[in-house]
Structures are given as structure tokens and as C-alpha cells.
Design a protein around this ligand. Structure first.
Ligand code: FAD
Length: 336
């Protein structure tokens, strides 16, 4: 049994920063994440994309932000249970909690901080009969490292920002040898300047844009070789390709947390904005996983929520101690 002061479910940016804020209050944390690495969406979906709205960083790659958050949390020696989904929670008679993962690892603490983001990651897959046969053999649902596509022929499908941005990135940086963007409509949902850029590249012959079309078949011997596209007017078009990357977003699924007796609204956990507590005393929800009036799913909002929630958690753990806010400039960072 792993014992700690705070069990944090989700090692995304918000969960990681909570370790630092907890450490300043002399509270120890243990993080559980179903992914094999920390960083949540930043590591899993867009590690090489720059983020522009982290205060004090005019631009920072999502992967770098995670590295920095890990370094910031390091003095407080957080524990990690990675590659295991938090499955069950049991409230003990003394008000503490035992959280058990799908692999049976048990964690015990007086406070549970849910920073589960979008929940357990599930990409939306296109309805292509044999797509599963080509997963990791040419079909990927997320672009983790663009270098993986160097010199390759890549078919991207989708009409949102991810599909547009990656088509532009792989073309602009001369990474892929060929980029084909397939979208079922002739209008896109992404940012207008990205749409314009894709159209410009298509006109210049740098991107092959196939609209009003869908990828409906895949073929290859042991690995992907051809992508079969059904066009509304022209019928079937076959393109030779090394990779097919459908970027249709992630299916938000809270996963096991949805059955823990928490108040859920629109697939997110309802919280009291006074301290981001849930309807179960001792359980808080911070970051993308929570909902309240005016909620913004932004990293900086999650940082704020975690900081406030931890003040409340401190008061629960130490009802007899008064916590006086101390600046880090005055007190420094005194690790464990
Ligand atoms: C392409 C893209 C671009 C973005 N750009 C920006 C931007 O520019 N600025 C910005 O502020 N935000 C941006 N965002 C949003 C930002 O990434 C999220 O707001 C942020 O990741 C939320 O952090 P989080 O820690 O709350 O959740 P997440 O990053 O989603 O992490 C949650 C973690 O919890 C884990 N988890 C969930 N359920 C369980 C369970 N039961 N057991 C164990 N682990 C579990 C998941 O595996 C995941 O690792 C962007 C998002 C995307 C997809």
C-alpha cells in the first residue's frame, strides 16, 4: 500500500504543478496515470507544438513545459504509478481514501485530487473495417514526433486544427516527402489563417488537398501501402502511402471515475469554485476534468485551481494549523 498525503489522479500539467504547490505546504503527493509517461495531453497529443499562453513564457513547446514542471516538482519527490488507470475508490471509516488501479496497486491518503483531464484517452477512429490491422503498422491517431514521418508519404484526414496544423508543419519543415490532406467537406473547422495556408500550399503543389472525400479503405502486406479514398464525384482514388493519420479528435471519456459517485455534468466533474471541491468531502477536481460556470479548459486556469484546492486540502489535513501564505521569493523552495 502506497501511503501519501495527496493522491493525484492524472499526471498532466495541472497534476504536476499541484505537486509543487502541495510541496510548499509540506504535503507529499503520489500521482497515478494510465499513460506510461507524465504530461497528459501535452506529452501525448502535441509535445512539439509551441504554447503561447503560459504566463512568463512567450512560447514554450508543450514537451518542454512538461520537462520544466517535472523539474519544478522534483524537490518534493513525488511518487508515480504510471501506466495504470485509477479504477476504484473506497472511503474509509476515518474519512481517508484507498484508490486502487486496474492492475491492483493500492494507494492510501486523506485527500484525492482528480486532475484527469479528458479522462482515459480514446481517439475517434474512422469506420474503416480493417483499420485495427494497420495500427502501429502505418496508422497512428496522434502525431507524437514529427521526425517519425521524415521522408514518408503521409495521408492525414480531418478538418480541424490538428489536421490543418500537422499538414502545414510536415510540409513547411520539409519533413514528409508527400502530404495528402483528405476532408469530407469543402469547408474546414480550423483557424482561418491555417485554412488559407493549406489552400495556398495546395495551389503551389506542396500539399495534395482532397475535399468532399473520405478514406474508406486501407491495404498493404503486413504494413500500410495504399490508402483508398472515396470521392463524392470522382469515385475511388487510390494513393500510395506509408502513413495514414486520421485526426478526428479524442472521445472524451471520464472512464472509471464516472462511477465514483461524483456529480457529473457534460462528462466533467462539478466543483464548488470556492475551493474546487467535489460533492464528496476530501475529493477535489482540478484542470480540464472539472466544470463550473465560466470554466475555461486552459492550462493556466488549471494551475490556479490546483493552488486554491491545495489550500483547502491543507485545512482538511491540518484543521488545527493556520496556514500563512509565504512568497517563494522570501522562503525559497525547501524540498523534502
Ligand atoms: C492540440 C492541443 C493544443 C492545445 N493548446 C493549448 C494552449 O495553447 N494553451 C492552453 O492553455 N491549453 C492548450 N490545450 C489544452 C491543454 O492541453 C489542457 O487544458 C491541459 O492539458 C489540461 O491539463 P490537465 O492536467 O487538466 O489534463 P490532461 O493534460 O488531459 O492530463 C490528464 C491525465 O489524466 C490521466 N487520467 C485520466 N483518467 C485517469 C484515470 N482514471 N487513471 C489514471 N490516469 C487518468 C490521463 O491519462 C492524462 O494523462 C491544448 C490541447 C490540445 C489537444
Amino acid at each position: 500500500m502506497i501511503k501519501t498525503d495527496i493522491i493525484i489522479i492524472g499526471a498532466g500539467p495541472v497534476g504536476l504543478f499541484a505537486v509543487f504547490e502541495a510541496g510548499l505546504l509540506k504535503l507529499r503527493c503520489h500521482l497515478i496515470d494510465s499513460l506510461p509517461q507524465p504530461g497528459g495531453q501535452c506529452s501525448e497529443i502535441y509535445p512539439k507544438k509551441p504554447i503561447y499562453d503560459i504566463p512568463g513564457f512567450p512560447s514554450v513547446l508543450a514537451g518542454e513545459l512538461v520537462d520544466n514542471l517535472m523539474a519544478q516538482a522534483a524537490p518534493f519527490k513525488p511518487g508515480f504509478t504510471l501506466g495504470e488507470a485509477a479504477q476504484d475508490i473506497e472511503k474509509q471509516e476515518d474519512g481517508t481514501f484507498i484508490v486502487t488501479t486496474a492492475k491492483g496497486t493500492q494507494h492510501h491518503a486523506p485527500i484525492v485530487m482528480i486532475a484527469g483531464g479528458l479522462g482515459v484517452f480514446e481517439p475517434r477512429k474512422p469506420p474503416i473495417e480493417n483499420i485495427v490491422d494497420f495500427e502501429d503498422k502505418g496508422v497512428e491517431y496522434i502525431i507524437k514526433d514529427p521526425e517519425f514521418y521524415r521522408g514518408k508519404r503521409v495521408v492525414i484526414a480531418g478538418g480541424g486544427d490538428s489536421a490543418l496544423d500537422w499538414s502545414i508543419y510536415l510540409t513547411e519543415n520539409r519533413i514528409a516527402s508527400e502530404v495528402i490532406l483528405v476532408h469530407r467537406s469543402s469547408s474546414f473547422r480550423g483557424h482561418l489563417d491555417s485554412v488559407q495556408k493549406v489552400i495556398d500550399y495546395a495551389e503551389a503543389g506542396k500539399i495534395t488537398l482532397v475535399t468532399e472525400a473520405e478514406v474508406t479503405g486501407l491495404s498493404g502486406d503486413g504494413k500500410l501501402d495504399k490508402v483508398h479514398i472515396t470521392h463524392a464525384k470522382d469515385g475511388e482514388i487510390v494513393k500510395e502511402a506509408d502513413h495514414f493519420v486520421p485526426l478526428f479528435g479524442l472521445k472524451p471519456s471520464l472512464g472509471p471515475i464516472a462511477n465514483w459517485g461524483l456529480e457529473i455534468e457534460k462528462n466533467a466533474i462539478k466543483v464548488d469554485t470556492l475551493d474546487y471541491s467535489t460533492n464528496i468531502p476530501g475529493i477535489y477536481a482540478i484542470g480540464d476534468v472539472n466544470t463550473y460556470e465560466g470554466k475555461l479548459k486552459l492550462i493556466l486556469c488549471g494551475f490556479h485551481e490546483g493552488t486554491i484546492a491545495l489550500q483547502s486540502a491543507f485545512a482538511r489535513i491540518h484543521p488545527d494549523k493556520k496556514n500563512v501564505l509565504k512568497y517563494t521569493t522570501v522562503n525559497g523552495v525547501n524540498g523534502f
